[in-house]
Design a protein. Structure first.
Length: 441
């Protein structure tokens, strides 16, 4: 448990709490979900790390995507917001301080927060880099009340991060907890008690319900449906017939129903990358180039997550859609781009191509605990020496790419052999992977 000195919990975890989600021991207990979301996360970190930025409009963004990642609340007053083109932000708020994202620093603080949250509840779901759901059912017994738990959590987050604030929402179900955490932003706490849910929903704009996008909202507006209260003017049947699953889900939400449990984060079992080529090919050099590109992507993900794997798999799909996979298990775990590439290359070299290839993929799996070590296809001393060099090369490349964008640094092999079209394709794939990652998917 995380102990706040001046507010000690009355007791430790009791055995009863183990079965929080089993639905048995707790049938009569009020279900509580807590949602915490960091305030202007990237921008607040920049302000914390450079105190001269405090109180000033700070806009984090740029790089290859050319959009605003986020901005400080001071900049939001000028109408700047996430995903806005940087050029528009500059027009709206030319006096702001513009900062490039430092993903590694943000990830480090995110991991620290995740670890802390695990001391508040056994069920924590990191929903993105800066937000999490905690199942708080039954925990009022430990903290005095679920609201006190929320305040303690806020204080602990500030302490552990060195000064960042978050906002907390507490409600009986997930989507209401998320909406609640937005009610008192920044640095706020909002508790939606079960007896207040119905009045809260009655006024709640449907556009605030997660999952209601622009198109759905327009269709709802045409029906005169602006709030969750309006949703209930039509029958459940109507919603099912008219909008299918989305309609039923909206009806549920308008009734305050959201059965989704808090699903704790589990480490990935593997990391992979693959590409379907624009044209089928027999060219081994081109395939190797893609393996290098995959090794870079997979290696960078592994290193970011602090993982390393012993098994490397290459997947090849032929023009006639037949698919083969070949894998090797290494004596030690690897995460460096060079080691992953070497292993993949060894596999490809040993494969006879049965026709032209339409897809080539690479996967690293077999993660276990312990420090990442390397490919020992080389003898021991060389391995250590070589991997140290590889490690520092990877660190340098990761740092440069973080700072100047994914395509700022290309290994010689890629630069020499990859045509402009392929290069663009590789870049756009990485953009997609990057945005998935940022969204926390
Ligand atoms: N982010 C991003 N691109 C987006 C949205 C978000 O890079 N289109 C990043 C930057 C944010 C972080 O994710 O700091 C968290 O996203 P939030 O939506 O929680 O936004 P903030 O934490 O910045 O602000 P808020 O106080 O509104 O939560
Ligand atoms: Mg946030």
């Amino acid at each position: 448990m995380f102990l706040v000195k001046d507010n000690p919990p009355e007791q430790g975890f009791s055995l009863e709490l183990v079965g929080i989600n089993s639905g048995k021991a707790m049938t009569n207990a009020q279900r509580w979900i807590m949602h915490m979301d960091m305030d202007a996360f990237f921008a607040s970190i920049e302000q914390m790390d450079d105190p001269s930025l405090k109180g000033r409009p700070v806009i984090v963004g740029g790089g290859h995507r050319g959009v605003v990642s986020t901005c400080s609340y001071e900049a939001r007053r000028y109408g700047v917001h996430s995903a806005m083109p940087m050029s528009e932000a500059r027009r709206l708020c030319p006096q702001a301080v513009y900062v490039r994202p430092r993903m590694r620093r943000y990830a480090e603080l995110s991991a620290r927060i995740r670890e802390l949250l695990g001391q508040f509840s056994p069920l924590v779901e990191m929903a993105s880099v800066d937000e999490a759901y905690l199942d708080a059912t039954g925990l009022e017994r430990i903290f005095g009340s679920v609201e006190r738990m929320g305040w303690q959590l806020k204080r602990a987050v500030t302490e552990i991060t060195g000064g960042l604030t978050c906002s907390v929402g507490i409600a009986p179900v997930k989507f209401l907890a998320k909406i609640s955490s937005e009610q008192r932003k920044p640095d706020g706490l909002f508790l939606l008690a079960p007896e207040d849910v119905s009045a809260f929903l009655h006024r709640l704009p449907v556009t605030d319900v997660p999952g209601v996008g622009r198109h759905f909202a327009a269709a709802l507006s045409a029906l005169g449906v602006k709030t969750c209260g309006d949703v209930l003017r039509y029958s459940e049947d109507f919603w099912a017939r008219r909008f299918g699953k989305a309609g039923l889900s909206l009806w549920d939400r308008a009734m305050g129903v959201d059965p989704r449990p808090v699903v704790p984060w589990a480490p990935p079992k593997s990391e992979s990358a693959e590409v379907t080529l624009d044209e089928d090919t027999l060219d081994r050099e081109l395939l190797c180039t893609w393996l290098m590109r995959h090794a870079e992507r997979v290696g960078a993900s592994l290193r970011r997550a602090g993982l390393a794997g012993r098994t490397v798999t290459v997947k090849v799909k032929y023009a006639d859609f037949r698919q083969v996979t070949r894998q090797i298990s290494l004596p030690e775990r690897i995460s460096s781009t060079a080691a992953i590439y070497e292993a993949a290359r060894t596999i490809l070299d040993g494969m006879e191509l049965a026709g032209s290839v339409r897809l080539i993929g690479l996967r690293v799996s077999g993660f276990e605990d312990g420090p990442p070590v390397r490919l020992s296809l080389l003898d021991e001393e060389d391995t250590v020496h070589d991997e140290r060099r590889r490690g520092s090369l990877d660190t340098a490349v990761d740092a440069l790419r973080e700072r100047y964008g994914r395509n700022a640094v290309m290994r010689g092999r890629l630069f020499a052999t990859m045509g402009g079209k392929d290069r663009e394709k590789a870049a756009s794939q990485e953009d997609k992977a990057e945005s998935r990652r940022i969204r926390g998917a």
